[in-house]
Design a protein around this ligand. Structure first.
Ligand SMILES: NC(=O)c1ccc[n+]([C@@H]2O[C@H](COP(=O)([O-])OP(=O)(O)OC[C@H]3O[C@@H](n4cnc5c(N)ncnc54)[C@H](O)[C@@H]3O)[C@@H](O)[C@H]2O)c1
Length: 343
């Protein structure tokens, strides 16, 4: 990977400056905080390009990727576009030796991730996924208590659930083709949290899904009403992941880790540890999570590009949740468990 002498040598651009969560501004501000230089924005929606120009006066603005590559001088871009565009856009930049931070999910299929990882290596570029939530307080707390302190003993199983009962919106996230499916949004974050705690290779995945309960403007291309995956790991741990728009009785607790000595319930703001003694006595310990440190994402990218630290969120790391989701979607269609190729 090409290294830079100082952070201010890294000229950065963003691709996609959407209005749903104003993520383009967030990325550029976080990159700027590390000392990298916001240089260019590529957007196909001219009204959003105008917003970028107001947020960062003097920044170069483009509607053509070829023109941006040729003229802007950026050496790194953050891709912040709908999911089905990530792989194609990233490949264009990587082939020019321009480093890429891709929003999650890195891509929709494992094959796309592999091509991106190969292109990054061949062209000495950095490839990472913006897993800002790797540093969420909830998972920092869970890693400390479950992995470092062993507070629930040996991990046995993980139950992760999100969603509830409700009509999906008419945005691109509700299109299966564009988003990849119901599990490709929050499901990716949940898997990335859990893979920090389940320290083992992926053995196989069984996927299940129910479609057509809800209708959107995407008609038959509407995302599944529920996606469900059962993941078997090489160390015997198993995990359930449910992302749903049809569960009428969603249980309390975002992610539950059960070990030989107790159950840890991880929520965004707080945690709960439930333990039973063999005589039936039950104890519950509750607490607030440590603060989130999402800014560490771009600090690590800047440190990796200047040779000070190893990259934490590598292409290989960000391929892991995608492999699970890719297998889950294929398994749901085929009606059988599918073996994982990469660990
Ligand atoms: N990590 C997080 O916390 C987090 C939060 C929100 C969104 N996201 C991710 O960010 C990405 C974008 O989501 P969003 O909510 O910002 O979407 P959005 O719809 O608000 O913005 C997407 C923008 O991309 C532009 N675009 C589409 N194709 C393009 C192309 N080929 N070239 C240039 N611009 C193009 C669109 O015009 C649009 O303005 C997704 O991958 C999503 O999962 C991550």
């Amino acid at each position: 990977m090409k290294k830079y002498k100082k952070t201010s040598d890294i000229k950065v651009g963003v691709v996609g400056y959407g209005g749903a969560f104003n993520m383009g501004k967030k990325h550029l501000e976080e990159m700027q905080k590390t000392g990298m230089i916001p240089t260019a924005v590529l957007e196909i929606d001219k009204s959003r390009l105008a917003v970028a120009g107001e947020d960062f006066p003097g920044i170069q603005t483009y509607t053509s990727i070829d023109k941006m590559i040729k003229e802007s001088g950026v050496n790194m871009v953050a891709i912040i576009t709908p999911h089905n565009t990530h792989a194609k856009l990233a490949m264009k930049f990587l082939k020019e030796g321009i480093s890429v931070v891709c929003e999650k999910p890195l891509a929709i299929t494992t094959a796309e991730c592999d091509a991106m990882i190969k292109a990054a290596k061949e062209n000495k570029a950095l490839l990472s996924t913006y897993h800002n939530r790797h540093w969420d307080g909830c998972v920092l707390e869970a890693v400390k208590r479950i992995v470092k302190k062993g507070e629930i003993g040996d991990l046995i199983k993980v139950n992760a659930r999100c969603g509830g009962f409700g009509q999906p919106g008419d945005w691109w996230r509700s299109s299966k083709t564009i988003s990849g499916g119901i599990m490709y949004d929050w499901g990716v974050h949940f898997l990335e949290y859990c893979l920090q705690i389940i320290d083992a290779g992926i053995t196989e995945v069984s996927g299940f899904s129910k479609s057509s309960v809800w209708d959107t403007k995407w008609a038959e291309d509407t995302i599944e009403s529920e996606g469900y995956a059962v993941i078997r790991f090489d160390n015997g741990v198993w995990m359930n992941l449910m992302v749903t728009n049809i569960d009428q009785n969603i249980k309390d607790g975002m992610i539950e880790f059960t070990g030989t000595d107790g159950t840890y319930i991880m929520n965004h703001g707080d945690y709960k540890i439930i333990k039973h003694k063999k005589n039936g006595q039950k104890t519950i310990v509750e607490g607030k999570n440590t603060d989130s440190k999402q800014d560490l994402y771009y600090k690590n990218v800047a440190d990796a590009l200047t040779g000070k630290e190893k990259l934490v969120i590598t292409g290989e790391w960000s391929r892991r949740p995608i492999q699970i989701l890719d297998l889950a979607v294929k398994s749901a269609k085929q009606g059988k468990a599918l073996k994982a190729k990469h660990k």
